[in-house]
Write a protein that binds this ligand. Sequence first.
Ligand code: SF4
Ligand code: SF4
Length: 299
Amino acid sequence: MSIRLDGIHFLVTYRCTYACEHCFLWCGAEAESTMTLAQLEGLMGQAAECGIRNVYFEGGEPTLAYPVVLEAARYAQRAGLAWGLVTNCYWATSVEDAMVWLRPLADLEISDLSLSSYAYFVEDADETKLRNAVVAARKLGLSPAVLEVGAPACIEEPRTSPEDVAAVMHKGRAAEKIAPHRASRPPRELVTCPYEDFADPGRAHVGADGELQICQGISAGNVLANGIAAVLDAYDPTARPIIRELLAGGPVALAEAHGHTPLRALYADECHLCYEVRAALRSQGRHPDVLLPSQCYGG
Ligand code: SF4
Ligand code: SF4
C-alpha cells in the first residue's frame, strides 16, 4: 500500500516566542531545531514531483526564520506549489509595523495566511497584536484566517466565556498541562482516533528532523534520509506499529496491544490516552523508528 498527500506542513522551527500549554510540539524559546533552506527546497522539489499541491510554513513560529521562509516561498511559487503560513503575530506591535511584516507575503501572493491567538493559554499574549495583524493583512488585500484555540474565531465578535474554549487535542504539552484538569472520560470509551485518517491523511508534518508525522510524534518514515516518494510508497497503516493498533481500536487497542495499563481512571480525550501510551513506550525504547521526533515528547 502507498498513499498520496495533498499537502506538507513544514515545521520550519520548533523555536517559538511562546510556550503555550496546549502546544502539541513542546515549542518554546529553548527549542533549537530549525530547517535549512536547502532542506526546504529539496523537500519541496520532491513534493512537487510526488503530486503534492500545497505546502505550509509553520512551527514553532516560522517568522523567526523569516528570510529563509520568504526564500522558500519563492521556491514554492516557482515549483507551482500553493503555499501558506501560520504565525502567532508576535511581531504585530502596530498596524503599520504589521504591514511591513506582511507586505512580502502579499507581494509573493500567499495562498493562505493563518493568524493565531492563544491568549487563553499564554498569560502574556497580547490580543492587540492579533488585531493589528488582521487589520494590516486586510489593508494589504489578504484574507487571513484566524485560529483561536477552541473558540472558532471571528475577530469582530467578542468571545463570550472561557467555556467556549474547547477542541484542544490533548497531546504533547497539552497532555501534561491541560488534560489532567479536563479528564472526564473512562478509557473504555476511547476506541477510535477521531482526528486522523491514517489511510488517507491528506497532509503530514515534517521538521528539521525529517520525520514525516502522520500525527504529532507518529512518524511514517524519514523523508530527509529516504525521500518523500519512498516513504509514501512504503507506508502501510495496517502494518506500521502504533498506527495499526490505533486503526484497529484507537488508544484503548494501542494500550492493550502493548500491555500498557492506563494510569488514570479518567482522560480528557482520545489523544490524552494515546499520548500517555506512546510516551510510555518511548521511554521503554519501543518502536524507536515510529515514535519520533523526540521534540513531540518533550525532547
Ligand atoms: S502553540 Fe504555537 S504559539 Fe504556542 S508554543 Fe506552540 S508553536 Fe508557539
Ligand atoms: S488519538 Fe492519537 S493518533 Fe489520533 S489524533 Fe489523538 S494523538 Fe493523534
